[in-house]
Design a protein around this ligand. Structure first.
Ligand code: NAP
Length: 490
């Protein structure tokens, strides 16, 4: 790993809006600060776009739409491939930038660069595989041609927790499909997106194909873009309440939408599980990204006969964590994103304890610089505790018990969310039953991480609509058109 000088890296990251292939300041000249959550130090000041800036970005995406849609798929794919190669070459820079603005330990940022870059490679390959079909209609009186076409200008809104991967998971398939885009990263972590878009410019992406607006007024700016009849698609990753309100707004223009929303993942450990594998999977599913992942295991539902042993083992592992600034060697748990996140995790733990839960380790915010929370294990969590119904989004592992499979499935499905579930069992038939019984978009069967660029990521119920990645991902950005022609022999 190359040692990256933080200051020199930050000097190279653009801080303007990227519109029509040009960097520019916000029309108002306003900026806002981006801070390091582990020290609260200001990292950079970036342009604070207004509604007019947002609409200027949409103008640029609309202007570039036809030319990009008619650019040969192979050319689109090769641009994405070059972007993939350059992200890989600058791996350490992207990792450092994410750790600075979001806080995760460098080793985890490193993993996200690999994962995020993979969407560029995967969708670069998919660009040339957009196909259709030709058929004789059943009566033999005509021919049907089914073809795929880019949806049109897209608005992509991304969250702060995976600054690179959430951007490439949308930009990759949109560009491969022939769509132009306006991207709005989270105001807490805009730097990684800005650095990535500078790279897209460098590999030769034509002006207007990707535009970026950073703003502290995400509501008004997004509302104006979504209300514009030239927009054809909204893709959002973030919380369920914001997603729900954006869906209502998108309904006015009957926009195509993709919604990657919140989760409340159950993590089932059966009495026949390989406990070593379950503990290892639990640590990944819970503590990756400091627990701030939509895929984070939120409820550990453990068979009563192994619950004590499981709790003891995960507690031992948690005691081995080193909490600190993500840039420092040996640190395994970084800060939470801000004070609100600390307060939320803390109030959920306190509520569980007030209903009889026991804290085995941790359970408090860490005083001093930055927003750190102790890695925590709580067990004997009572039904009805808020920690079982709300996304914790912090390093808190909470355990409830069950006695048989029916009860485990009932508890697992007892949520409005349905993004991902995890289950550990050695019984193959049980594993197959769980695939059919769990209400989820994704299932980690004896594994603690499900994300993969080649697989369709997404949820059911109030966790969202649509899929990102896999063969499915590009179809979120394609419209199906069908053409009827006469029987050529008639
Ligand atoms: P969030 O508050 O919903 O914000 C997500 C994005 O929406 C940010 O860019 C935010 O910008 C923007 N936003 C906020 N209010 C908006 C509004 N009224 N109109 C338009 N845009 C608005 O979520 P978050 O706290 O960043 O991310 C955490 C959530 O994302 C969790 O619930 C997590 O489960 C979910 N998530 C889901 C997936 C998935 O694939 N299913 C992946 C990652 C995260 P500003 O913050 O700058 O206002």
């Amino acid at each position: 790993m190359t040692v990256i000088d933080e200051k020199k890296l930050l000097e190279r990251v653009p801080t303007g809006l990227f519109i029509g292939g040009q960097w520019r300041q916000a029309a108002s000249g306003k900026t806002f600060e981006v801070r390091d959550p582990s020290t609260n130090a200001v990292l950079a000041s970036v342009a604070d776009a207004s509604v007019d800036d947002g609409l200027a970005a949409l103008d640029a995406a609309v202007d570039a739409a036809h030319e990009w849609a008619t650019t040969p798929p192979r050319v689109r794919g090769e641009l994405l491939r070059r972007a993939f190669e350059l992200v890989v070459e600058r791996h350490d820079e992207f990792a450092m930038l994410m750790t600075l603005e979001m806080g995760k330990p460098l080793a985890e940022s490193d993993g996200e660069v690999t994962y995020g870059a993979e969407f560029l490679r995967w969708f670069g390959e998919e660009a040339a595989r957009i196909t259709g079909r030709y058929g004789v209609n059943p009566e033999g009186t005509g021919r049907t041609i089914v073809s795929q076409h880019p949806v049109g200008p897209c608005f992509l809104i991304t969250p702060w927790n995976f600054p690179l991967a959430m951007a490439t998971r949308k930009i990759g398939p949109a560009l491969a499909a022939g769509c132009t885009v306006v991207v709005k990263p989270a105001s807490l972590t805009p730097l990684t997106t800005l650095h990535f878009v500078a790279l897209l410019h460098e590999v030769g992406l034509p002006a207007g194909v990707v535009n970026v607006v950073t703003t502290r007024s995400s509501g008004p700016v997004s509302d104006a873009i979504i209300a514009d009849p030239r927009l054809r698609k909204l893709s959002f990753t973030g919380s369920t309440p914001v997603g729900r309100s954006l869906l209502a707004k998108a309904a006015r223009g009957i926009l195509r939408t993709s919604m990657e929303l919140g989760g409340n993942a159950p993590f089932l450990v059966f009495d026949d599980a390989d406990l070593d594998a379950a503990v290892e999977g639990a640590m990944k599913a819970k503590f990756r990204n400091i627990g701030q992942a939509c895929t984070a295991a939120n409820r550990f539902i453990v068979h009563a006969s192994v619950a004590e042993e499981f709790a003891r083992r995960v507690t031992e592992k948690v005691q081995e964590f080193t909490v600190g600034r993500g840039t420092e060697e040996g640190v395994t748990i970084g800060p939470l994103i801000n004070q609100d996140a600390i307060e939320k995790a803390d109030s959920l733990v306190k509520d569980a304890v007030s209903r009889g839960a026991r804290v085995l380790v941790g359970g408090s915010a860490i005083e001093g610089e930055g927003t750190f929370y102790e890695p925590t294990v709580v067990t004997d969590v009572a039904a009805g505790s808020s920690i079982l119904t709300e996304e914790i989004f912090g390093p808190v592992l909470s355990i409830v018990t069950f006695d048989d499979e029916d009860e485990a499935v009932r508890i697992a499905n007892d949520t409005e969310y349905g993004l991902v579930a995890y289950a550990f069992t050695r019984d193959l038939a049980r594993g197959q039953r769980l695939i059919e019984r769990l209400q989820t978009g994704m299932l980690g069967l004896n594994v603690g991480v499900v994300s993969n660029a080649a697989a369709p990521f997404g949820g059911v119920k109030q966790s969202g609509l649509g899929r990102e990645g896999g063969f499915e991902g590009i179809h979120e950005y394609l419209e199906t058109r069908y053409t009827m022609t006469p029987d050529p022999f008639a």
